[in-house]
Design a protein around this ligand. Structure first.
Ligand SMILES: Cc1cc2nc3c(=O)[nH]c(=O)nc-3n(C[C@H](O)[C@H](O)[C@H](O)COP(=O)(O)OP(=O)(O)OC[C@H]3O[C@@H](n4cnc5c(N)ncnc54)[C@H](O)[C@@H]3O)c2cc1C
Ligand code: SF4
Length: 526
């Protein structure tokens, strides 16, 4: 067969299967690439696997070029692996929407029955639902089994006041993870209090493995540069794992080298060290190269075997994966599609330009944006307490921030970004997911990082040109958004603190805020 443009590497190893020759096919989406969770009959019968790179899907937002490279290269490696395991594979890289490709395939072979796994993303689900309607009993939906919890069992509980903690405890009991009978291991459900240390200076941070792109990845990088030239970021210096084998290596490395310090330094930030002791495994869980229970179970096993891994590290990790990751997935299912348009505080400013350029005099913002622009990654506290915090304090439309998080990160998928942005970090849903907006002054950043030491602004100054902008923006926010801080109909502690400030001080806060916001370059108006 003639090798197709930008598919030469996989065309050299996969014998392309023609859908006209089959009576059973399975569509595998780019975020479902692990056959271990697919039904048994697929392993037994080896139907035709259909894998599609559909450019219109990847153009709905200016997705980071590394995100595209990661997803498409992983899909190609998966195709090669399936083919070498005896599956017939039909692979397309196309300018058409994938449902159009599927319609053509189904129209071209009236004997063909197609199965697909329920997509995690709303838009894909809508498209495949339409396909099912059109082809009725020829198209079958399989339940999505990439998560611990079936959202249908939980989503009716999602409402203000139902917090992640309740769900998490139920899931601990259900899975038996870190349980002694009905009691949590160590006596506590939550060891977060031990997980708020800042990093001592000179602390040894292990160097994580970076993979060199192989020929398949290099070909994808070339294609991404050509077909998605205006997208965010660059393909250069791509180092992500793109196969299950490589992802498993990264899991081993995290367990061996970083899990022990994961808990204590979970909230810490350090200049030029975006990963610290985090796992960096979210991209692999989010497309299926790793399964969430594999990570939890490896961590629990390591904790049992190694006295140096403290309970707060392993519980902290299990809480993030079994708790937060599953909870936001259920929230998405419960709240879509209306939640897409929520904007509780009615902020309507465009995203500051620095989210694209990384150019700013604020060292914390520079440090949090640089790894995103370069590699599509920053850790949770940078996402929450720096990037989202600043967006809130500068009255940015949360939907713009949500969009940015969706295209700028390698691990981004709508089901996980939207709850974290519109639910957690911006309070746009008005308090369904979180009890208060996640905002803070510069004090929090100073306590948890070394950023302020190298900043052009002064953390100790509260107002004025060279004062840390987080300081006055925060108090201005508390003043203007006091309803969001209300506790049981009463002013919160922070609102009362603001009220105790002198009138002169309040005016200085307002003036500094006004000056700063006037000069802040926004993406669409500068
Ligand atoms: C504004 C904002 C945007 C986010 N966008 C994404 C995103 O696009 N994709 C994504 O996977 N996560 C997202 N998160 C959640 C979290 O920040 C990332 O999962 C985490 O930083 C990924 O890095 P890591 O693998 O090193 O995580 P670790 O710190 O090593 O944590 C382990 C795992 O726990 C899970 N996890 C931790 N916190 C959360 C959470 N709040 N929601 C869901 N899963 C969680 C992730 O799967 C992560 O890999 C976002 C959080 C915020 C506040
Ligand atoms: S002084 Fe303020 S702007 Fe500068 S790094 Fe610290 S928190 Fe960020």
């Amino acid at each position: 067969m003639e090798k197709r443009d930008y598919l030469k590497e996989i065309d050299g190893v996969i014998e392309e299967a023609d859908p006209a020759d089959y009576d059973k096919a399975v569509l595998i989406l780019p975020d479902q690439i692990n056959l271990n969770v697919w039904p048994e009959w697929i392993h037994d019968e080896k139907p035709l696997l259909i894998l599609i790179e559909s450019y219109p899907v990847h153009r709905t937002l200016p997705y980071h070029k590394k995100r595209l490279t990661y997803l498409l290269s992983s899909l190609r490696h998966f195709a090669v692996e399936c083919s070498s395991n005896g599956f017939p594979v039909h692979y397309q890289s196309t300018d058409q929407h994938y449902d159009k490709v599927l319609k053509d395939i189904l129209d071209g072979n009236k004997e063909l029955a197609l199965s697909f796994m329920n997509p995690s993303e709303w838009d894909s689900r809508e498209r495949l639902q339409e396909l099912r309607k059109k082809y009725e009993n020829r198209v079958t939906k399989i339940s999505n089994t990439f998560f611990f919890a079936d959202p249908d069992d939980w989503k009716q509980k999602i409402e203000p006041g139902y917090r992640m903690e309740y769900f998490y405890r139920d899931m601990r009991k259900k899975t038996g993870y870190l349980m002694n009978g009905d009691e949590p291991e160590g006596g506590e459900w939550n060891y977060d209090e031990n997980n708020r240390e800042s990093l001592p200076s000179g602390y040894d941070i292990p160097e994580p493995t970076r993979f060199q792109p192989d020929d398949i990845t290099l070909e994808v990088m070339e294609m991404v540069d050509e077909k998605f030239p205006d997208h965010f970021g660059k393909t250069d210096h791509f180092y992500y794992a793109t196969s299950r084998k490589q992802a498993m290596e990264l899991l081993d490395e995290f367990i061996d080298n970083r899990l022990d310090d994961f808990g204590p330094y979970e909230d810490a930030m350090a200049s030029d060290e975006p990963l610290l002791f985090h796992s960096g495994l979210s991209p692999y869980m989010n497309n299926g190269l790793l399964l969430p229970w594999e990570i939890c179970e490896r961590a629990i096993e390591a904790y049992r075997e190694n006295d140096e891994i403290p309970i707060n590290s392993v519980e902290g990790l299990v809480r993030q994966i079994l708790g937060w990751r599953e909870f936001v997935h259920i929230y998405y299912e419960a709240m879509m599609p209306e939640v897409r348009d929520t904007n509780f505080m009615n902020f309507n400013e465009s995203l500051p330009k620095m989210y694209w350029s990384g150019e700013t005099r604020m060292h914390c913002m520079k440090q949090s944006l640089k790894p995103v622009i370069e590699q599509g990654y920053s850790h949770h506290i940078q996402r929450l307490m720096v990037l989202s915090n600043f967006s809130n304090l500068t009255k940015t439309d949360p939907r713009e921030l949500n969009e940015w998080f969706r295209f700028a990160y390698v691990d981004a998928h709508e089901w996980v970004v939207l709850p974290n942005v519109l639910g957690m970090s911006t309070f746009a849903d008005g308090g369904v997911l979180a009890s208060k907006p996640y905002v803070s002054s510069g004090n929090y950043i100073n306590k948890m990082s070394d950023y302020c030491k190298s900043c052009e602004y002064s953390i100790s100054k509260k107002t004025g040109e060279d004062a840390c902008p987080f300081n006055y923006l925060y108090w201005n926010f508390v003043d203007e958004q006091r309803d969001a801080f209300e506790e049981s109909g009463r002013n919160s502690f922070m609102v009362n603190m603001y009220e105790k400030k002198s009138e002169e001080n309040k005016e200085a806060i307002r003036n500094s805020t006004e000056n700063f916001l006037e000069q802040l370059k926004r993406y669409k108006n500068s």
